[in-house]
Design a protein around this ligand. Structure first.
Ligand SMILES: *Cc1c(COP(=O)(O)O)cnc(C)c1O
Length: 432
């Protein structure tokens, strides 16, 4: 009967009511309706199937719906989905913290759980500042971070992002002012960096960096040697080093954690994106035993003043444990090495396309940098037509596929990137 309420057109409802991320609704292409996922495939509401090149923002490293993680979550759901962590301890949170500590380099072993990468970074910044307060040293509450960096969307995180990425202009006055410097590369840069720390160190709490691969700020890569030197100078000036491995953690750059490639152990590391294999939101801020000692004494005021309601959620921790088990049982890092080699060949031809500035591959991340951000929405639509899910940033087309992707599916993604970048260049010439 026609009076019956419309068999939910949920796509219409969503378009009317859901506030989407970073989206100017008035000019953006409408959202693509998705019904289910499996492995490296997205199944759309209209029957189309896309090969996934994004891993839902670096998260789905084992592919979607991995049975091992699904079973772990289902099993935990039977027993206890969630309890507060104030005053209580439960098995999944305890085991995940211990497992993470065992995987971590150095003595990074005290784990504070939160629900998102931004909050993991917020907590790291707070730990750094409070550690100086707890030591009775005043005035050290600023941070030094790097251009091209991305550390999340909350206010403190925005303040340490690249000034453009963090929209420092738009939010001027609302954001704390930090020391954001170019990432040093040459000998001369490092001498400048050293002088900068010499000048600023008494008001700095920590240096914050995404090691080896700056992600959402433009997929820029630096060498293990650069990371080593930054760490060395940071520690020489007595500052804490916070490594934001929210994106790079869990194999993406070829090692379990990017800092391992430089033999660098930070004072604090931030983890999130792939922590639960993309199944549930979870993040962790891990500090060294040495740093934790500044929070361990007889005064309650020395305790870390933070405590999200859903911290250490049992379902998410069960998913995290299952995800780490997959890293132990399955050849994830070998898969990353294979993806790296194939991405090099798939993307190399883009170097010759007019308007392509650079092609970069690091682990299971491949990026094609363009000379302009024009036709971004057009490009995003073209990828769907190509049967793949790739969502370029302004000026950067990138692939961060699930580690389990087959060579055939990866070549589907590579072919689509080559064609769309080529089309983009031709369209640019035509429209000029
Ligand atoms: C994504 C990201 C964040 C923010 O994580 P959210 O879960 O989106 O809050 C922080 N740092 C880095 C390096 C990231 O890639």
């Amino acid at each position: 009967m026609s009076s019956e309420p419309q068999q939910e057109d949920w796509l219409q409802l969503g378009r009317r009511h859901v506030w989407r991320p970073y989206t100017q609704e008035k000019i953006a292409t409408p959202a693509v309706g998705i019904e289910r996922t499996e492995g490296v495939r997205l199944f759309l509401q209209d029957g189309r199937v896309l090969v996934d090149g994004v891993s839902s923002w670096w998260t789905a490293c084992h592919g979607y719906n991995h049975p091992h993680i699904r079973n772990a979550v289902a099993h935990q759901l039977e027993k206890m989905p969630h309890v507060m962590l104030g005053g209580l301890m439960h098995e999944p949170v305890a085991r995940l913290a211990a497992r993470l500590a065992a995987w971590m380099p150095g003595d990074l072993s005290r784990v504070f759980f939160t629900d998102s990468g931004s909050v993991a970074v917020e907590v790291a910044l707070k730990i750094a500042v409070q550690s100086w307060i707890n030591r009775g040293i005043v005035g050290r509450h600023k941070f030094l971070s790097f251009r091209g960096g991305y550390h999340g969307d909350t206010f403190a995180c925005m303040s340490v992002c690249d000034p453009e990425e963090g929209m420092h202009g738009l939010f001027r006055g609302a954001l704390a002012e930090q020391v954001v410097v170019p990432l040093p590369a040459s000998e001369e840069d490092f001498r400048w960096f050293e002088r900068c720390l010499e000048r600023e160190h008494t008001r700095l709490a920590a240096v914050v960096l995404e090691p080896l691969l700056q992600g959402a700020g433009g997929m820029r890569v630096h060498t293990p040697l650069q990371l080593q030197k930054i760490a060395e100078i940071t520690h020489r000036w007595g500052l804490l080093l916070i490594l934001d491995e929210v994106a790079t953690g869990f194999g993406r750059t070829g090692t379990m954690f990017a800092c391992e490639q430089a033999g660098v152990v930070p004072d604090i590391i931030c983890l999130s994106k792939a922590l639960t294999g993309g199944t549930l939101p979870l993040a962790a801020t891990v500090a060294t035993e040495r740093l934790y000692e500044h929070f361990f004494d007889d005064k309650s005021i020395s305790a870390l003043m933070h405590g999200p309601t859903f911290m250490g959620n049992a379902l998410a921790c069960a998913a995290g444990l299952a995800s780490l088990e997959l890293f132990e049982r399955e050849p994830r890092l070998e898969q990353v090495a294979r993806i790296e080699a194939q991405l090099e060949t798939e993307l190399a031809p883009c170097r010759d396309v007019d308007g392509v500035v650079d092609v970069r591959v690091k682990g299971a991340m491949g990026a094609v940098e363009l000379d302009s951000d024009r036709d971004l929405e057009w490009m995003r639509g073209r990828f769907v037509e190509e049967g793949v899910w790739v969502r370029p940033l302004p000026k950067v087309v990138y692939l961060t596929p699930p580690f389990v992707i087959s060579p055939e599916d990866l070549s589907t993604l590579g072919g689509a990137v080559r064609r769309v970048v080529q089309d983009w260049a031709q369209k640019k010439t035509r429209d000029a």
